[in-house]
Design a protein around this ligand. Structure first.
Ligand SMILES: [Fe+2]
Length: 302
């Protein structure tokens, strides 16, 4: 009788193990299906269904208009808020020969000097995961230099996670929380949300993230639910350049503190975004940090 009970327990455990193995195989297949040479996917186990992190983008170190003071202040603020991870959506460096006259907007000319600058001036103390953008890639086009690897090798706590895009999947008790980082191409649009909508329109059904952080446009915006994706324009740490002034497009300087909550059985999710905005003052005084809070809730499954 006793051994029969033991057998039942063993069978039960075996069935559970089989189920876990099958789930893992499915998960692996799903991840491999999404993976291409350009796309990186990182899976993080999470004990809670609330994920908190910072988002920055478009630092453009090496530009005369890079605002290192604001970036350092943002990291300090994020540390105070208990942020342990920051994601950056690309254009870490200003790059080389992106547009006519760019050389006159540079503080540091060439890869070596821009790498020296980012190594010396970058804020530390929060693990920083970054993709590279079109400005970083200018060094690749000019001489095959892998800027992402070089930055990660030079700065402790900085991790290069892909060129142009990357995906993080948190495995929470309530289901997956999928976060994508993207550095698209193309010019800015007059309507703030237009490009974000077009990018989300282009996502294939079944591959959409819960939250998509977009760099490149140097704008800050939180679009709570478009095709059930929360779109976040990541802002910039480069003040408006003469190039941007000529195009008539502003720079939204600052970074985000983001908190995502996945509801039970993933029936809903909430996304709370706080944009930490910095304003440049024309009289030469230091930038003043100003906090702007947006709180959005989005419902439903993807
Ligand atoms: Fe940029």
């Amino acid at each position: 009788m006793k051994s029969k009970t033991k057998m039942t327990e063993v069978d039960k455990l075996k069935a559970e193990l089989d189920q876990v193995t099958a789930d893992l195989a499915l998960e692996r297949a799903r991840i491999e299906a999404f993976t291409t040479k350009r796309d990186q996917i990182f899976v993080i186990p999470s004990k809670t269904s609330t994920i908190k992190f910072g988002v920055t983008s478009d630092r453009h170190v090496g530009s005369l208009y890079h605002n290192g003071e604001a970036l350092n202040a943002f990291y300090d603020y994020a540390k105070e808020q208990g942020v342990k991870m920051i994601f950056d959506a690309g254009d870490m460096l200003e790059g080389h020969k992106i547009y006519r006259g760019q050389e006159f907007e540079l503080r540091d000319l060439g890869l070596e000097r821009q790498l020296d600058r980012i190594t010396k001036d970058s804020p530390r103390g929060i693990e920083t995961h970054f993709i590279t953008g079109n400005h970083d890639d200018s060094f690749k086009h000019a001489a095959g230099a892998d800027v992402g690897r070089a930055i990660a090798a030079a700065i402790p706590g900085y991790h290069f996670i892909g060129s142009t895009k990357a995906r993080y999947i948190w495995k929470t008790p309530n289901g997956d929380c999928i976060f994508d980082l993207l550095h698209p191409g193309g010019g800015t649009a007059y309507a703030l949300s237009y490009k974000v909508q077009k990018i989300i329109d282009s996502l294939e059904g079944g591959t959409k993230p819960d939250v998509l952080a977009i760099g490149h446009f140097h704008k800050a915006e939180l679009l709570p639910s478009y095709r059930n994706v929360c779109g976040l324009q990541a802002g910039t740490f480069q003040m408006q350049t003469p190039f941007m002034a000529r195009l008539g497009t502003p720079a939204h300087v600052g970074g985000w503190i983001v908190e995502i909550k996945i509801g039970p059985k993933k029936l809903y999710k909430t996304v709370r975004g706080e944009f930490v905005a910095f304003y440049h003052q024309a009289d030469g005084k230091k930038s003043e940090k100003k906090l702007v809070s947006f709180s959005k809730t989005t419902g439903g499954k993807r």
